[in-house]
Design a protein around this ligand. Structure first.
Ligand SMILES: *Cc1c(COP(=O)(O)O)cnc(C)c1O
Length: 495
């Protein structure tokens, strides 16, 4: 009973939410989805007097029916009660003729905290008996630190993060290297993010290694396709609506639009789920950087992942494969798992697929898509700061530009999701607003805070002063050995 989830590629699969969280993705390579999502409803009227945690409990109870009420309550409390710097968790700020939903008030200052503070808490209720889990994560910057903060010091869980030695910003590197906690392992690799990612995938299939670490310990990932990360992200869509309603900016039942800076399509997909559950939304504006695979798809119906990879000023969105898009294809095709399977086969064999006109039209009813160049990002940061004093990070600025394009077509109240603190990408921000930029990152942060009077978040200010606890650098080929040497029964005795 309670096997509510299936795979995007095979509707014969039936699995509980707990098992879906434990496994991450389906054996057939598909993603776990809840069929007939629109039959579940959240009663908006009941949310008006609830705080963020209470809204979170309602949303999670609806989509994770095999968790007990106590398990959900405990998970929500542990995830959010001390880790965010504001009681609203995700506050809405009015700027000009749009609203900004700030998702960066968590421990690592990027929106990934919302999902990654919750996933480990849910995982705790999924592990049976004295089984143990090791989370393996390859990161290009934000995910690694957010996962470390979520999993550190939890009993029976451990986390190992691999990052490219020269591929992350100075602040991002220090954020990871200074992580405390007795179940965290962090190492740089002499290689790029793709090599880290590829080797992590190989480790999951390394039968010798799996046999050596023993039956009681399993390996898992904190990837953004896990429903334990996706579902907590619905909550801020509901919460922002309630905040606007209570402030009188909208009336109950009014439609709103959301603009979402997009990479893996997890954030904006969560919004679409919220709409299915009854949130009054007209359009989702999907904003990409120069890696504009999705914009090309919206214009042609063809998804082509073989476009040149661009390194941009919004690096957390430098992605060619928006994994969570497969879930949208599932719902928009009328839950036709054979059709999704055939598209994914095409992607695998030829690097692209083409959807029917009908499917593309159906997607366009809910979504608009565009992209920003790096130059447009810099101009956006500069002009919004000049005009309003509001300082955006480069990812948020990608969204801003596409939002302005769309607002020419539709004047529905607009919420722009802000996915990172400007201090996390201080160099790009400083170049956009100052003529003279100091040459080291610490001085840049100080100058921004002096001139803008926006305080530096404590947990970013501290990285310059905390001791470096993890300075390993290994070759990509040594990653499996590294994991094997760390993952022992004794490792878990420290907790
Ligand atoms: C991960 C990330 C995004 C993209 O979110 P997706 O869910 O992958 O679409 C945008 N901005 C920042 C700062 C991020 O870290």
């Amino acid at each position: 009973m309670n096997k509510n989830y299936t795979s995007t590629r095979d509707n014969q699969i039936q699995i509980s939410a707990k098992d879906a969280i434990r496994k991450g993705f389906a054996d057939d390579g598909g993603l776990f989805v809840y069929p007939e999502l629109a039959k579940l409803k959240i009663n908006l009227n009941e949310l008006k007097d609830l705080n963020y945690s209470q809204i979170a409990q309602k949303v999670l109870a609806t989509l994770l029916p095999d968790f007990t009420e106590a398990e959900i309550k405990n998970s929500v409390q542990n995830a959010y009660q001390n880790s965010f710097d504001t009681t609203n968790i995700t506050p809405v700020v009015n700027v000009d003729n749009f609203h900004v939903l700030e998702l960066f008030h968590g421990p690592t200052r990027a929106f990934k905290d919302v999902g990654l503070q919750m996933l480990p808490q849910l995982m705790k209720h999924v592990l049976k008996d004295d089984n143990k889990v090791m989370i393996l994560t390859a990161t290009s910057g934000d995910t690694g630190k957010a996962a470390l903060e979520g999993f550190k010091n939890l009993p029976n869980m451990g986390i190992t993060v691999f990052y490219p030695h020269n591929g992350v910003s100075e602040v991002q590197k220090l954020q990871m290297q200074t992580t405390n906690g007795n179940n965290t392992e962090i190492t740089a690799i002499e290689g790029n993010f793709d090599q880290a990612q590829t080797n992590v995938k190989k480790i999951f299939n390394n039968q010798t290694l799996l046999a050596n670490i023993g039956k009681k310990i399993s390996l898992s990932s904190a990837n953004s396709i896990n429903i334990g990360r996706l579902i907590p992200q619905l909550v801020y869509y509901f919460s922002s609506y309630v905040q606007l309603w209570k402030k009188g900016d909208i009336k109950f039942g009014d439609k709103v639009n959301f603009t979402v800076p997009t990479g893996n399509f997890g954030d904006v997909l969560a919004g679409y789920y919220a709409k299915q559950l009854g949130l009054p939304v007209n359009k989702f504006v999907v904003a990409s950087n120069e890696n504009n695979v999705l914009t090309k798809f919206f214009n042609s119906g063809i998804y082509n992942r073989n476009l040149p990879f661009m390194q941009t000023v919004a690096p957390s969105m430098d992605i060619q494969i928006s994994s969570n898009f497969e879930r949208l294809l599932y719902y928009k095709s009328g839950e036709d798992t054979d059709y999704v399977q055939s598209l994914m086969n095409d992607l695998e064999t030829s690097g692209q697929y083409q959807v029917s006109d009908e499917l593309l039209d159906s997607i366009k009813q809910d979504f608009y898509c565009g992209f920003s160049t790096d130059q447009e990002v810099r101009e956006a940061i500069q002009s919004v700061y000049q005009k309003t004093g509001y300082l955006m990070d480069p990812h948020t600025a990608v969204g801003y530009k596409v939002m302005r394009d769309y607002q020419k077509l539709d004047d529905t109240p607009m919420v722009l999701l802000s996915t990172a603190s400007p201090y996390k990408f201080a160099n790009v921000v400083a170049e956009a607003i100052f003529d003279d930029v100091p040459d080291n990152s610490q001085q840049i942060m100080d100058k921004i805070s002096r001139e803008t009077e926006i305080p530096i978040p404590e947990n970013l200010k501290n990285v310059w002063h905390l001791p470096v606890l993890h300075d390993d650098v290994i070759q990509p080929g040594q990653m499996a050995k590294y994991v094997e040497s760390k993952v022992t029964e004794e490792f878990y005795d420290k907790n």
